[in-house]
Design a protein. Structure first.
Length: 224
């Protein structure tokens, strides 16, 4: 009987440990933790502002109704509303962004290492897609979205949005992190500082050295 009880206790503890091991960010332990952007203390996230100094403006962002400037080589502009723009998002695990597209503008292949993304088209038509991991075989999932359509991009996977029309397009993205991070693939690979060894890129992309050096010499713009 004692052995049976010990086994049940062991299994219970094992289940608890397993659940903690796979847990994601914990929920906040107080009503709010507005980010204190003036603090010199570095933590995983932001230090809380003194609750007695918090006011309504800490939870407010204005101007998302204003279109972003798409007069660039990509023809797109992302207006983020992350914790750095809206301190009240700290510890809440959410953020959003507005994406403006000129005709045939592109939000180039990129990833969010810390967040899933859900996108809704507000205006225009977008061709969107994401690429799965090496197993299963980097499968491409792609769809043409019209106004009111919604599409999801799983965390960490390479994805993109392209305006397929000859008029402007607008989308709003919701993200499951206060600070989702952005890695634009071309910028990271060919525009890193300091540059990645051309030999590595030659082997990885099966290109000649001249082509690699041309790509590394380009200006890789950031539309964020």
């Amino acid at each position: 009987m004692a052995k049976s009880h010990d086994l049940q206790l062991f299994l219970g503890l094992l289940a608890l440990i397993s659940s903690l091991a796979i847990a994601t960010d914990p929920t906040q332990l107080q009503d709010f933790c507005v980010a204190d952007n003036t603090s010199n203390i570095f933590v995983n996230g932001f230090v809380c502002k003194d609750p007695n100094l918090v006011n309504e403006n800490d939870f407010l962002f204005t101007g998302l109704n204003q279109p972003g400037n798409t007069a660039n080589q990509l023809g797109s502009k992302v207006t983020p509303v992350f914790v750095t723009q809206l301190p009240g998002l700290n510890t809440l695990g959410i953020s959003l962004a507005r994406i403006d597209f000129a005709p045939y503008g592109l939000n180039p292949p990129h990833t969010h290492p810390r967040a899933n993304e859900i996108l809704v088209v507000i205006q225009g038509t977008l061709a969107v897609g994401f690429v799965a991991s090496n197993n299963p075989d980097n499968k491409l999932f792609t769809k043409v979205l019209n106004e009111g359509d919604v599409f999801v991009f799983p965390q960490g996977l390479i994805h993109f949005q392209l305006n397929t029309g000859n008029t402007n397009a607008v989308a709003i993205s919701g993200l499951s992190s206060q600070n989702p991070g952005v890695i634009t693939i071309a910028n990271a690979v060919f525009g890193s500082k300091p540059p990645i060894s051309p030999y590595i890129l030659e082997k990885a992309f099966q290109l000649d050295q001249k082509t690699v050096k041309i790509l590394q010499a380009k200006f890789w713009m950031n539309n964020n």
